[in-house]
Design a protein around this ligand. Structure first.
Ligand code: ADP
Ligand code: ZN
Ligand code: MG
Length: 477
């Protein structure tokens, strides 16, 4: 029997507000344990939460950017469960009336090789819990509540994904969108963009959903794809063996390359949800929604299409250049100065991108500014330096912090395009290689590259090949 995987993702995004969602403690990563806490986020009795307006704005922006219907009225609810990182004994979330409903993203499908629409069921707001730190050298666990009360949105997809790759593509696109919106730092390792994957399989052709498991602990795109891939195979093997899939929560262990059972899956009624009596409903009028709609930046899909249509660069290059807002902006600034999108795209996607990746930095955090790169590219465009020398200048700029034109001057790297100077070199080379000249004249035209090589050697690679080549050919008749 052939099986079809069915996948739905729940994605939590930490919002990059200055303060927490229901109190005025700073919502930042990396303060010392329990430093950023107050009676509200510590869950003391008698305190009252007050909603952070900025968090709602960010959540509305995410909803608009994912084609969701922002709801005129949404309601915070208490999700009750007991855990040491949750001092109130409940998490403030949204349940029956979430902030936004029925959106979608267009993703690339590896199955059809075509575009495909993935439904977004809902987006709701909630608070994050604290963190437990288990130290194996100590007989205790620590509780750090700095994260408690950090604003989150949860984006729940429809079970529309059909392969690990589709899930990865959906997630990458969602990540790019929230990063473009600048509402999160999006760091997956630090947990500010987290994904739970729900996976089931069913006989191909069936329209009934199979029993799902939920995989947690997926803190990179690679882990998401590997975890899902592995879970699909595990479920198929179970069924083929005559057993059945148990609904449960599983953990992905990237070292063992396996998922492990963590706990049975709770049902909604286990949480005894009810509207939080301490918070009034959130009302969003058209005026506010429209104001935020106006403020939305150009999103990755739109930008990609503009790059393809207006700047005439290939789809694949546009895809990579728009994969991060920082890189796309770096590219545009640079291409505007150089006035050559193709040259800029080729260069950024080669030398510059590998430098960024090797150092794990975003384009805007690079020590090299777009103006610097533009200087190098302009030098290439004007025929002052060749590609190889340009790479040298680039790494020198990084090491010495000198501007490219300074380096060109200091090191005498400028390409020789002076015809008189080049002619003298060519004459010298031809005079000192009479045998090769004879052979060339007798018909061995391939020797032209030998002469070119000699000229390059003589000029330490600085001769402008576009001028030298015809010069040699002409001199040899
Ligand atoms: P819960 O919090 O109980 O996991 P949610 O509604 O928040 O419930 O999320 C359920 C997620 O699981 C959604 O992304 C949904 O698309 C997905 N899902 C539901 N049923 C299945 C199934 N049988 N197979 C795969 N995914 C599923
Ligand atoms: Zn607080
Ligand atoms: Mg779930």
């Amino acid at each position: 029997m052939e099986f079809e995987p069915v996948i739905g993702l729940e994605v939590h995004v930490q919002l990059k507000t200055n303060t927490k969602i229901f109190c005025s403690c700073p919502a930042k990563f990396g303060s010392s344990p329990n430093e950023s806490t107050c009676p509200v986020c510590l869950g003391m009795p008698g305190v009252l939460p007050v909603l952070n307006k900025k968090a709602v704005e960010f959540a509305i922006m995410a909803s608009l950017a994912t084609n969701c219907q922002v709801q005129k009225k949404s309601v915070f609810a208490r999700k009750n469960y007991f855990y040491p990182d949750l001092p109130k004994g409940y998490q403030i979330s949204q349940f029956e009336l979430p902030l936004a409903l029925s959106g979608y993203l267009e993703i690339e499908s590896d199955i059809t090789g075509d575009k495909k629409r993935i439904g977004i069921t809902r987006i709701h707001m909630e608070e994050d819990a604290g963190k437990l730190i288990h130290d194996s050298s100590m007989p205790v666990s620590y509780v750090d509540l700095n994260r408690a009360g950090t604003p989150l949105i949860e984006i729940v997809s429809e079970p529309d994904l059909r392969s690990a790759r589709e899930a990865g593509n959906y997630l990458r696109q969602l990540h790019a969108i929230v990063k473009y919106l600048q509402i999160t730092d999006g760091n997956m390792e630090e947990g500010s963009f987290r994904c739970d994957a729900n996976v089931s399989v069913r006989p191909k052709g069936s329209d009934k959903l199979g029993t799902r498991t939920e995989i947690k602990n997926l803190n990179s795109f690679r882990h998401v794809e590997n975890g899902i891939e592995h879970e699909i195979a595990r479920q198929i093997a179970l069924i083929e063996d005559g057993q059945s899939v148990v609904q449960e929560t599983r953990l992905w262990n990237p070292d063992k390359f396996k998922t492990f059972s963590m706990r049975g899956k709770e049902e909604a009624h286990d949480y005894r949800y009810f509207p939080d009596p301490d918070l009034v409903p959130v009302e969003i009028n058209d005026e506010w929604e429209n104001e935020l709609k106006q403020k939305l930046p150009e999103l990755p899909e739109q930008k990609k299409n503009r790059f393809i249509n207006e700047l005439k660069i290939s789809e694949q290059q546009a895809e990579t250049l728009t994969s991060s807002r920082e890189l796309s902006e770096f590219f545009e600034t640079c291409a505007n100065i150089v006035q050559d999108s193709k040259l800029t795209a080729n260069w950024l996607l080669g030398t510059f991108l590998s430098y960024l990746r090797e150092n794990g930095i975003e384009a805007d955090k690079s020590e090299i500014s777009p103006e610097f790169v533009a200087e190098i590219l302009t030098a290439i465009k004007e025929g002052k330096v060749n590609d190889k020398t340009a790479k040298e200048i680039f790494s020198d700029s990084l090491n010495t912090k000198k501007s490219p034109s300074q380096i060109i001057k200091d090191k005498g790297l400028e390409q020789v395009s002076d015809e008189g100077e080049l002619e003298a070199v060519v004459d010298k080379i031809l005079a000192s290689n009479p045998d090769e000249v004879e052979k060339y004249k007798a018909g061995n035209k391939k020797l032209i590259s030998f002469f070119m090589g000699q000229v390059m050697k003589e000029t330490k690679g600085k001769a402008n090949p576009k001028l030298v080549n015809p010069m040699i050919a002409k001199k040899l008749g």
